[in-house]
Design a protein around this ligand. Structure first.
Ligand code: AMP
Ligand code: MG
Length: 320
């Protein structure tokens, strides 16, 4: 059996044994602490906390991100118009951050019907929550510094205030990372490790690392002269990706060209296109932290569905 096949799937609440209830409760306390610590960091720095939306005409195309693989997109008609369930609030962030909210974040439920074969990666669920943020006139470096502070504050706090829960989960050895985190280029990693660079790199690192220059969706900034992408993922050691983000495109001609190139349905992004054309789309940078992924890393669970009260395992539909 491969390592993936051995992963036990998270159980529904009503099927947990007494010992499993103790673990689940410890994970719940760590999730609560994590939500409080991360949102405190953002609120204390003057970010506006926006409420999420679930249904919109426009959502994240998730294309051509090499990490995305979804089985179906959910579209329903309401009031005679088609809407989609939120895959991410990237479009809302770009519009919100260019107009009213110069620094914003959202605790945002995302629905992505991941392929059933992702059930046992331990890293994919079909409904998850991002702490999704965006900052006007920010650079990648600004985002790195902010996230490093947020994560180091969180882990330091957990080690002081949630000792008992970390002990129950066998995670007393959790390390407070050393900031600033190293920055590596995806192209160099590909040259060194080949196409499966992610898995190889995760095993080698002992501190979190930023990976930059990843070709993906139209809204991430691409330097047409050099072909370099000003975007990033954060990888935790022995674990993997917990965050993706970028400096964003804001120029009409580039956005239009990239939408054509990627055959993105322009009619779903008419506000972005119109604002860019009118010079009203601002340069921004931001990212989304997967809440179940970061808590999965902290708690050391084998499947991130364990970090959800009601696990959303790909291919597994439960009553709750
Ligand atoms: P993305 O921009 O698509 O990489 O999503 C942002 C973050 O959300 C990722 O870095 C992950 O932490 C998290 N994420 C994305 N897809 C999933 C998934 N299927 N299950 C759990 N977390 C996810
Ligand atoms: Mg990603």
């Amino acid at each position: 059996m491969t390592q993936q096949e051995c992963i036990p799937l998270p159980k529904p609440l009503d099927q947990l044994t007494a010992q499993e209830i103790e673990r689940k409760a410890a994970i719940g306390k760590i999730m609560t602490y994590t939500l409080q610590s991360l949102t405190n960091t953002y609120v204390n720095k003057g970010f506006e906390w926006l409420l999420p939306v679930a249904l919109s005409q426009s959502t994240d195309p998730l294309w051509p991100d090499p990490g995305a693989s979804i089985e179906k997109r959910i579209e329903v008609d309401i009031y005679g118009k088609p809407v989609r369930t939120t895959a991410s609030m990237i479009v809302h962030k770009l519009v919100g951050c260019s107009t009213v909210y110069e620094k914003l974040f959202i605790v945002s439920p995302n629905i992505r019907i991941e392929k059933s074969e992702r059930a046992k990666t331990g890293k994919h669920i079909y409904e998850f929550t991002q702490l999704d943020f965006e900052i006007q006139h920010a650079t990648s470096k600004d985002v790195f510094a902010l996230v490093e502070e947020a994560i180091c504050t969180l882990i330091k706090g957990l080690k002081a205030d949630r000792k008992a829960e970390l002990a129950i989960l066998g995670r007393s050895d959790l390390k407070v990372p050393k900031a600033p985190f190293k920055i590596l280029d995806r192209a160099d990693l590909e040259a060194k490790y080949g196409a499966d660079w992610e898995a190889a790199m995760i095993k080698e690192i002992t501190e979190p690392v930023w990976i930059t220059n990843i070709p993906r969706e139209f809204y991430d900034f691409e330097d047409f002269a050099t072909g370099r992408w000003d975007n990033y993922d954060l990888f935790m050691p022995q674990y993997g990706e917990v965050l993706s983000g970028a400096r964003r495109e804001y120029e009409y001609s580039k956005i239009y060209e990239k939408m054509e190139r990627e055959q993105v349905r322009k009619e779903n992004y008419s506000i972005i296109l119109k604002m860019a054309k009118d010079g009203r789309l601002k340069p921004t940078a931001g990212a989304g932290i997967g809440m179940e992924r970061i808590v999965g890393y902290i708690t050391g669970v084998s499947h991130i569905g364990e970090c959800q009260p009601f696990p959303r395992v790909p291919g597994n539909v439960q009553e709750l």
